[in-house]
Design a protein around this ligand. Structure first.
Ligand code: HEC
Length: 115
């Protein structure tokens, strides 16, 4: 009886773990990413396929495609307020993304990189 119970718990644990891994790595939630970008006014300076003051997200995805540190770099870019160069030559701190949950940032970065 006891053995059966702990076996059941193990199966449950493995199931929970695999569903967690699946949601953490497999899917990009495009709607959530776009909603977050909209809330933060990212689209004021970036189109998905059109350059505005900043490069299009398609261009950024291409730039970081072969970069194994892409996620890390974009995380830094979106959270540190690092200097951004505008087309007219002036520089200012890049906007810092406002989110409640780190998962939302990762989802937005994954979405940008998937363009
Ligand atoms: C006021 C305009 C403005 C806003 C708002 C803005 N950006 Fe940018 N962004 C820029 C500019 C300008 C650059 C180019 C920086 C450079 O090349 O130095 C840039 C660069 C980037 C890059 C490319 C970084 C790289 O290293 O190549 C990404 C990705 C990006 N922004 C995402 C975002 C996201 C996501 C948001 C919303 C949280 C956002 N931006 C909001 C102006 C803006």
């Amino acid at each position: 009886m006891k053995l059966g119970q702990s076996f059941g718990l193990k199966v449950l644990f493995i199931l929970l773990l695999s569903s967690f891994c699946y949601s953490a790595y497999a899917e990009v939630d495009a709607d959530a990413a776009k909603a977050l970008a909209k809330q933060n006014n990212c689209f004021r300076c970036h189109g998905v396929d059109k350059d505005k003051d900043g490069p299009s997200f398609i261009k950024s995805a291409a730039k970081f495609k072969a970069d194994p540190k892409a996620t890390e770099k974009l995380l830094h870019h979106l959270t540190s307020g690092e200097t951004a160069k505008f087309p007219d030559g002036h520089e200012e701190a890049h906007m810092i993304l406002k989110v409640d949950d780190a998962k939302e940032i990762n989802n937005l970065i994954a979405w940008i990189l998937s363009q």
